[in-house]
Design a binder for this molecule. Structure first.
Ligand code: ADP
Ligand code: MG
Ligand code: MG
Length: 523
């Protein structure tokens, strides 16, 4: 598949067809919970209205072979990140407060310090649950060459939009079933719409952890952000857990948990207190089997040091953490960069001395490496084409030299934190030398040009549907339950997500308002 084949999208629609499709799309979304809470200064505790999530009218074309590749890679990525999370020495060196990024990045340091304390007190977790999402863009630097698949990042905490991505795929299938998309493209036929069963897949991961905890009446705790607008994405998982597994969920913010969470001193069970009358038999607290964090990935979630101590408290209990601090640290951008250095990936995937029979083949390892762009740390010495100012590292020098093809990333999640292209040189001028260690440089992925889509945002009528040139980011979901004395890993690839953004926006991120939910049409 070469890059010109991907162009000519979406098919032409008449004004009447566009209006009809938009109406069908927004009403389907509202009927099926492909929704968001509206922006409001004060959210009532029980919302009275929802808006449809921002969405694309057409699925976006994606090469079938690259979609299969992304799904195939997920199993190795699940294992890779589970093993990184269990490698204490590696994480201390890369992310720790004494030797790694934690020295210069306070957020990383705060988390690492709580994890260190847990280790010193012999309270580390036995089993860890990861609900992962590996993100990719198509890479098409030259029109005459085949399009390849390149990883943007790997998320180990609060990987969102699993539920809404399934709803977006179902929306596009519905539009096809209902209208045939007015026969506007031969590519739009049933066998080209891949199934998306992410809700069941992610709920299965949570249910596996719950089962491993082995107290059927315990509940799963969803730790959520105050003022969260993306609640339906989370609720769909809650409904699935109740309907399919009879597992109840408790939703609390970190601030609420400061008051309501307790760890029993004798058996280290985690309990959350609920207001009187909400539980059967006069009980006022529930035991927690699994802590699922949809908060805690950004410093904003930790307004006081007590919030960091809450992470320590939750993790000092027997409840399985999704993710544990060490698994959150494993998802750091710095880890992603260190993995690209010679021999590091191999030590995690194909060293029989470490992993016995559980090694990956050289071909599988090559496929993983083949999905990466070049990366380096700003504090490092890397080969460069020319002499550099001795006050700078060669890593900084190389970032200046190649700024137009580069993004700089700090140790943050959730979008809006990166520095792109032209903004890089002046950013580097002002970056205190000691903070270089907190940043990685990554070559830009060259997404195919010329693709368009109709993007629909809530806001009134067809005015809110705009046809624009876009870039689509594929995410593959997986889960892994791992640890224990034998460091066993149970894992699965469970579904996918497409977020589509206007071409001129550097960032993606539906929650951050940069992109819309989308799905795929395989070509
Ligand atoms: P976050 O953890 O905040 O989501 P990401 O690494 O995913 O950080 O970066 C945010 C967005 O920036 C991505 O969704 C993508 O649109 C864009 N981006 C990140 N890295 C690259 C890259 N190497 N090439 C092109 N775009 C990128
Ligand atoms: Mg991202
Ligand atoms: Mg991320």
């Amino acid at each position: 598949m070469s890059h010109p084949d991907l162009m000519k999208w979406p098919p032409e629609l008449s004004e009447a067809q566009l209006q009809a499709l938009t109406l069908l799309a927004t009403t389907y979304a509202l009927s099926h919970g492909l929704n968001y809470l509206p922006v409001a200064d004060v959210q009532p505790p029980a919302p009275t209205s929802a808006i449809h999530a921002p969405l694309a009218l057409f699925p976006s074309p994606f090469p079938r072979n690259l979609f299969s590749l992304a799904r195939r890679l997920q199993r190795a990525y699940n294992v890779l990140y589970a093993r990184v999370a269990l490698d204490e020495e590696f994480l201390d060196n890369v992310m720790g407060e004494e030797k790694g990024v934690g020295k210069v990045d306070q957020f990383t340091g705060q988390l690492w310090r709580r994890w260190k304390r847990l280790r010193d007190e012999g309270l580390t977790q036995d089993l860890h649950l990861g609900l992962f999402r590996s993100d990719y863009l198509m890479h098409a630097p030259r029109p005459e060459e085949p399009v390849t698949l390149k990883q943007v990042e790997f998320n180990t905490i609060s990987s969102s939009f699993g539920s809404l991505s399934q709803k977006a795929a179902e929306l596009h299938e519905y539009l096809y079933a209902s209208t045939g998309y007015y026969g506007t493209s031969p590519v739009l036929k049933k066998e080209n719409f891949p199934q998306n069963r992410t809700i069941a897949g992610l709920a299965e991961g949570l249910a596996e952890a719950h089962k491993a905890y082995n107290v059927p009446d315990a509940r799963i705790l969803f730790v959520v952000q105050g003022g969260e607008r993306n609640v339906f994405d989370q609720r769909w998982l809650e409904y699935e857990l109740l309907e399919k597994y009879s597992i109840h969920v408790v939703r609390q913010t970190m601030t609420q948990l400061l008051e309501s969470a307790q760890v029993h001193p004798d058996n280290r069970t985690l309990h959350v207190t609920l207001p009187q009358g909400l539980l059967p038999d006069g009980a006022n607290s529930v035991e927690i089997s699994t802590v699922y964090l949809r908060a805690g990935y950004t410093p904003i979630d930790y307004p006081t040091s007590a919030h960091y101590d809450l992470r320590y408290l939750l993790e000092s209990s027997r409840a399985i953490q999704c993710p544990s601090i060490q698994l959150q640290l494993a998802g750091g951008k710095k880890v992603q960069e260190v993995l690209t250095r010679p021999g590091v990936l191999e030590s995690f995937l194909c060293d029989p001395g470490r992993w016995g029979a559980e090694v990956f083949t050289p071909e599988e390892v090559d496929e993983i490496r083949g999905s990466w762009m070049g990366m380096w740390g700003l504090n490092e010495d890397v080969p460069t084409g020319s002499a550099h100012d001795p006050r700078e590292t060669s890593g900084v020098h190389k970032a200046r030299e190649s700024a137009s093809n580069l993004v700089l990333k700090p140790q943050r999640e959730g979008g809006g934190n990166n520095i792109y292209k032209d903004a890089i040189p002046s950013f580097l001028d002002n970056l205190p030398p000691e903070e270089r260690e907190a940043w990685i440089a990554m070559e830009l992925i060259a997404a195919p040009q010329g693709l368009e889509n109709y993007l629909v945002r809530a806001g009134g009528g067809t005015d809110s549907t705009v046809k624009t040139e876009v870039v689509s980011e594929l995410g593959i979901f997986g889960w892994a339950l791992f640890g224990g004395p034998e460091k066993k890993i149970k894992e699965k690839e469970v579904g996918w997500l497409v977020r589509t953004k206007g071409k001129d926006s550097n960032e993606g991120g539906v929650a951050a308002g940069f992109s819309v939910l989308d799905s795929l049409i395989l070509i």
